[in-house]
Design a protein around this ligand. Structure first.
Ligand SMILES: O=C(CO)COP(=O)(O)O
Length: 214
């Protein structure tokens, strides 16, 4: 399982989380990546943790004030990027453009989707992975893998029907090792989570719990 920690815009210390993630990953052998604010990518990457951007825009170099350039986040040390999110919704054409931009820059791609139908649509754009996250469960205490397991298994089926090479991750309310194991049992090959680590009093302990059943 791949554990991808989205720090969103939470007021946590990205370096504390990054160092904990790197060490827990090294100790457990579980792949763990951290996705900080764009402004923090460089110093998070300097900790040695696998680092992802939270977003890239479709444009390449040029007159695009305010854009997040895929090439720039790659240069800063990111090796992957989230694209689209329930909290940062993009049009289909922009999701497609951002996947292409990320590919040009050599970034791994994970497109977020709200439900199985969107998971299938996102898979058709050929990202490396799609993360299904029901918006109503995001930031809550109940994991998608227990609250609505069919969403995960249906998303896995929807992606496989379109492109068997696209991995399916799940997220929303995931905070324990049991949640991670349950997600794996439903066919997910990764977890995308945020508050369970970013809002934890002890992010390292939260990460250790997440990998405890793997
Ligand atoms: O939106 C999410 C990750 O992108 C999930 O957030 P929570 O882990 O806080 O539910």
């Amino acid at each position: 399982m791949f554990i991808l920690v989205n720090l969103k815009a939470y007021p946590c210390d990205p370096i504390e989380v990054a160092e904990a993630a790197r060490e827990v990953s090294e100790d457990s052998g579980v792949r763990i990546a951290v996705s900080p604010q764009a402004a923090d990518i460089s110093r998070v990457a300097d900790t040695g943790v696998e680092t992802w951007a939270q977003h890239v825009d479709p444009n390449g170099y040029g007159s695009h004030t305010g854009s997040t350039l895929a090439e720039a986040v790659a240069e800063a040390g990111a090796v992957g990027t989230l694209i689209n999110h329930s909290e940062n919704r993009l049009k289909l054409a922009d999701i497609d453009g951002s996947v292409r931009a990320a590919e040009r820059a050599g970034l791994e791609t994970c497109v977020c989707a709200n439900n199985p139908a969107q998971t299938g649509a996102a898979a058709a754009l050929g990202p490396d992975s799609v993360a299904v996250e029901p918006p109503e469960l995001i930031g809550g205490d109940v994991s998608v893998s227990t609250a609505d397991p069919d969403i995960v298994s249906d998303a896995v089926s929807a992606a496989a029907a379109v492109d068997e090479d696209v991995d399916v991750y799940c997220g929303a309310g995931v905070s324990t090792g049991d949640d991670v194991v349950a997600a794996g049992d439903l066919g997910a090959t990764g977890i995308l989570l945020a508050s369970g680590v970013a809002k934890a009093d002890d992010p390292r302990a939260a990460l250790e719990d997440l990998v405890s059943g793997l």
